[in-house]
Design a protein around this ligand. Structure first.
Ligand SMILES: Cc1cc2nc3c(=O)[nH]c(=O)nc-3n(C[C@H](O)[C@H](O)[C@H](O)COP(=O)(O)O)c2cc1C
Ligand SMILES: O=C(O)C(=O)c1ccccc1
Length: 391
């Protein structure tokens, strides 16, 4: 009995459609989406999505660390029936994939996070809604039906706002909480600086705040009377560089479901997460958008898995672009991966259908890579399935 769809069927579907002359609306090599999106949407919004910290070396290192690891395929291991499903945080997922929290998605498409969330829900893939979404969480939740939803928390300075977000997320059916720790400040991002472009200064990505009673209580005037003051209030409070490990107790007390800390790169921080009663970590450097010169996420992953793999759920993101990238992250010990920019570009190019395309390409390619490498599912992957090339 398989609990997961046959993801590789997408390949047959494409070739069958080709018999009537149809080709996919978007490229199946997802690394081409960034350039296409830039051609269609122009440099402003795409610059924000594609941009990273400093001179881009962290984002490049993320790719190099995945590329440097090569798969060693095994033969004659009966892979005719495959199941990509995995158990993550007490839920069975149809594949080891979730959509990463990406804020301000209305700069990519008018339906923004709602369209991405619907695409994820339709494939059974968890959607992690950003605190900085363009649409209030209640609305996005409603559009997801019974799709799995996790809420990403930007841990605000103001306790009342944080508490209010947690209560709203709970009431809207979000099951897991993903707390992003690597963005207590926005990093030095030259592409945004050179364009002097930050979406939320234009009121994009503030919907959860501007619809929040605790946030609104801190404003002297209603948002429509003084939108600039509201934006400045958001900028001053959306994150808090003064937070320390003991502060996690507040989140643990106010959230019943699993809590995952996002942005963990050091094994000692992973151990502290476990000691603080957290349920998981996302090994991530925010897609290279925060610390310029940071360790590549895939290079940090094995040490974190070694430190806490037996105690915590270890997830991974930063640089995943293909099915074989997912294979590699799983072989290094991640239980599932998140993908960020590729689905944002899919959204920009073709709305919900574009996000669906990205999900199907990634999982079809993962399925085929597993099969061709001698694996009927993620469960048999080990670090031994990779070799690391030396320069
Ligand atoms: C445009 C953009 C906005 C993002 N917004 C958030 C956010 O609101 N919260 C968060 O935790 N991470 C955010 N991230 C980081 C992603 O969750 C994820 O860590 C990263 O995109 C993974 O790398 P990848 O883009 O190479 O897949 C954002 C990333 C991008 C590209
Ligand atoms: O741009 C980002 O990477 C990000 O995480 C963010 C932070 C604040 C608002 C929107 C997105």
């Amino acid at each position: 009995m398989t609990t997961s769809p046959n993801w590789a069927d997408f390949q047959y579907e494409i070739y069958l459609n080709g018999m009537t002359g149809a080709v996919p609306r978007l490229p199946t090599d997802l690394t081409r989406l960034e350039e296409l999106t830039e051609q269609r949407l122009g440099p402003g919004p795409v610059g924000y999505v594609a941009g990273s910290a400093g001179n881009g070396s962290t984002a490049r290192a993320n790719r190099e660390a995945l590329d440097r690891r090569r798969i060693v395929p095994r033969m004659l291991r009966d892979v005719h029936e495959r199941d990509l499903s995995v158990e993550v945080l007490g839920h069975r997922l149809p594949a080891p994939l979730a959509l990463a929290p990406v804020g301000v998605l209305s700069i990519m498409h008018p339906e923004g996070e709602s369209a991405a969330a619907r695409a994820a829900a339709a494939r059974g893939v968890p959607y992690i809604l950003s605190s900085a979404s363009s649409t209030p969480m209640e609305q996005v939740a409603k559009e997801m039906g019974d799709g799995q939803r996790w809420f990403q928390l930007y841990w605000a300075k103001d306790r009342d706002v944080t508490k209010s977000f947690l209560d709203r997320a709970k009431a809207s059916g979000f099951t897991a909480l993903v707390v992003t720790l690597d963005t207590p400040l926005l990093a030095w991002r030259p592409r945004d600086l050179d364009q002097a472009y930050l979406p939320f200064l234009h009121g994009v990505g503030t919907a959860n705040y501007f619809s929040d009673p605790a946030f609104l209580a801190g404003l002297a005037k209603p948002v429509h009377e003084d939108p600039n003051a509201a934006v400045m209030h958001f900028v001053g409070m959306f994150a808090d560089p003064a937070k320390t490990w003991p502060d996690l107790a507040f989140l643990r007390e106010n959230w019943d479901g699993p809590i995952v800390l996002k942005g963990i790169l050091h094994p000692d921080d992973a151990r502290r997460a476990a000691d603080a009663g957290m349920d998981g970590v996302v090994v991530s450097n925010h897609g290279g958008r925060q610390v310029a010169g940071s360790v590549a996420a895939a290079d940090a992953l094995p040490r974190v898995v070694e430190a806490v793999g037996d105690r915590l759920t270890v997830l991974f993101d930063s640089g995943i672009r293909t099915g074989d990238d997912i294979f590699k992250a799983l072989a290094l010990g991640a239980e599932a991966v998140l993908v960020g920019r590729p689905y944002a570009y899919g959204l920009g190019l073709d709305g919900q259908a574009g996000v669906d395309h990205v999900i199907r390409c990634l999982l079809a390619e993962l399925d085929l890579t597993l099969a061709l490498s001698g694996h009927a599912g993620p469960g048999t992957l080990t670090p031994d399935d990779l070799i690391e090339e030396t320069a």
